[in-house]
Ligand binder design. Structure first.
Ligand SMILES: NC(=O)C1=CN([C@@H]2O[C@H](COP(=O)(O)OP(=O)(O)OC[C@H]3O[C@@H](n4cnc5c(N)ncnc54)[C@H](O)[C@@H]3O)[C@@H](O)[C@H]2O)C=CC1
Ligand SMILES: Nc1nc(=O)c2c([nH]1)NC[C@@H]1CN(c3ccc(C(=O)N[C@@H](CCC(=O)O)C(=O)O)cc3)CN21
Length: 311
């Protein structure tokens, strides 16, 4: 039986949303330019490394992120890199545009590697990243597992990557696969902390988007979306028209984290032990930026007593 979340806690929701990060693809530069005035300066924006983009597009996207006053976090997809030379070319060009300090290393969807890197650990231990000014490395986390990879393998991989980053003197953070259900996310954060990993966690969160599109990505990436889960999230499988936003997901996650030992959980997402949000902008950067503004406004209103009340 699903745990019922505590009553919404406005301040906790506002704390959790602080310092959120966004994700865009190499094709989303027009969307970034359209939305740039509604995204807080200094926001971290990840740039995906998908099969249907090329290096020029990825470098141009990271450059645009930097030029508009945000922090670019380019993805390095281990299995999609054809050689060390390609990795060095990509990192060199990112460094030239001031976009190599923070990267996100990811295994890469190909079933077999296209080059020398089997997984994201191989990129971290290659010794190449530091040579191009990389200071911080994001790694993936899967509260609900992965369709092609066992949970034991994934757990071992997070541990090995965190250890390798510590050894290499690189900062680490974990960005989780998106979810519609906070229970597996909270259990996964507890397991990470019990394993002694205090890297900040950015919880993957679906930005507002069409319900059909959300379900399409959930199916493609192995994210739980049964009738009970999506009902808690705020939509119904019997009506796939319309849009859904993460309002309840963020409120429930924030209120639950806030109930925990003070000083854990809701610390700023860039501090060890902290938890923040990473939005997968399936419906567009602008739609996600607008959603954040509305979400904040609704929770910043003061009640009759003139204070930002609880719940
Ligand atoms: N969480 C996210 O936001 C994203 C996740 N992914 C995908 O998640 C998967 C895991 O990536 P990481 O967490 O960096 O794992 P990883 O690179 O740390 O690898 C963990 C283990 O899974 C194996 N593995 C990695 N990719 C695989 C694949 N495509 N098929 C079968 N086995 C694979 C590795 O050999 C290793 O033993 C990759 O397929 C990656 O493309 C891709 C983009 C974003
Ligand atoms: N296992 C796994 N693989 C992934 O590639 C992946 C995840 N998980 N977790 C979430 C992120 C987000 N990802 C994506 C992938 C495509 C679009 C997207 O908007 N695609 C456009 C056109 C293609 C493009 O713009 O690149 C689309 O309309 O599908 C967004 C986020 C990839 N990601």
């Amino acid at each position: 039986m699903a745990r019922s979340a505590p009553a919404p806690n406005r301040q906790a929701s506002l704390d959790l949303i602080e310092g959120y990060s966004l994700e865009m693809t190499g094709k989303d530069v027009p969307s970034l330019i359209e939305a740039k005035d509604r995204i807080p300066a200094g926001t971290r924006i990840n740039v995906t490394f998908l099969g249907n983009e090329d290096l020029d597009m990825r470098v141009a996207a990271a450059k645009a992120v930097r030029e508009h006053g945000f922090v670019p976090v380019p993805h390095l997809s281990a299995r999609r890199l054809k050689s060390q030379a390609e990795l060095e070319e990509f990192l060199g060009r990112l460094q030239e545009v001031g976009a190599s300090e923070q990267v996100f290393t990811i295994g890469g969807d190909p079933a077999t590697p296209e080059g020398p890197y089997e997984d994201s650990l191989a990129l971290i231990t290659s010794g190449v990243l530091q040579r191009y000014g990389v200071r911080e490395v994001g790694i993936g986390g899967y509260p609900e597992g992965h369709p092609d990879i066992s949970t034991d393998t994934l757990t071992g991989a997070v541990r090995d990557k965190a250890a390798a980053l510590r050894e290499a003197g690189l900062d680490a953070l974990v960005i989780t696969q998106f979810a519609f259900d906070i229970d597996p996310v909270l259990a996964w954060i507890d397991a990470l902390r019990s394993a002694g990993i205090d890297a900040p966690v950015r919880v993957g969160t679906p930005g507002p988007a069409g319900i059909k599109r959300l379900l399409g990505f959930a199916r493609r990436f192995g994210v739980g979306a049964n009738a009970m889960i999506v009902k808690k999230y705020g939509f119904s499988l019997t009506n796939l028209m319309g849009e859904a936003g993460p309002d309840r997901f963020v409120d429930d996650l924030a209120a639950t984290l806030a109930e925990r030992t003070p000083g854990t959980g809701l610390d700023h997402p860039d501090k060890p032990g902290g938890v923040g949000l990473h939005f997968y902008t399936f419906g567009g950067l602008g739609a996600t930026a607008d959603w954040v503004h509305r979400f904040r406004a609704e929770r910043s209103t003061t009640d009759a007593a003139g204070t930002a009340g609880q719940g």
